[in-house]
Design a protein around this ligand. Sequence first.
Ligand SMILES: [Zn+2]
Length: 316
Amino acid sequence: MRITTLFRRLLGVSDLVVSTVSLEPEVLVLGGRPRWRKPRCGECGRRAPQEGPGRVRRWRHLGWGSVMVWLEYQPRKVWCWHCSGVRTERVPWAHHRSRFTEDFEELAAYLAQVTDKTQVTKLMGISWASVGSIVERVVARRLDEGRLDGLTRIGIDEFGYRKRHRYLTTVVDHDARKIVWAAKGRSAATLHAFFDELGEEGCARIESVTIDMAAGFIKAIRERIPGARLIFDRFHVQRLATDALDEVRRERLRELRGTDEGKSIFRSRFVLLKNPWNLKRSEKQKLNELQRTNAPLYRAYLLKETLAAALDYKQP
Ligand SMILES: [Zn+2]
């Protein structure tokens, strides 16, 4: 086997012909070219007549051990009728605006899914900005065009970032257990953008939606998919009861300030909010004491627990 053939196989990049191999200190440079002879436009991929030579470029590929691997090629300039202008030719191993091979980008994007951005920059030896643009390109390449087809049961949620100064709305397909849509913001308008993308037919197919209790979301759903069943997820329903219990506790605390009873209520917050099966013996005693001395608060506690128990039932 010729050494260049060996390297082509080791690289695992299709439509690449390796012609030269050179080892610089800790850097392996593989000179290659596309398998096809007639150049194609980098922008649109169509065949296009050659205009002249471009400048020599290098693309970072997955390293071998501690050795960095670069692909080197001098892409030709082409005249593309479709893009009406001079473009750089397409190469089979990389996106036309990227300095990395697709294999390299795939690994970086995978890491970005499972760890944070700083770790990706360290592991792959690339800049913070490169991680972002790599992720954008890989998502554009791999995004499933049919991800919004046939949705019937969806969930809508929001989460905050930048210390909850900004929000992201996500839509999940409950059947496929996948996030199928996401956008910045958390208003009715954000959700309207999703329904617009889904289209009228898609909207008509939605049977049920699980959401938190955000008023904006509810409004958008009522307007766009009035036939769908609205389901509030358990976590948010229970939190309302927990908040109400805490409200009662604070009220009692104001009334009984300065008394022994007040002090005991002051220390009871944790006991009241904890799941009853997790209570320690001393905490159970505390609860018994509340039952004896503080009827309104204990009643609120029982209501909270009754709701939790009711939500456990499988039969309506
Ligand atoms: Zn073109």
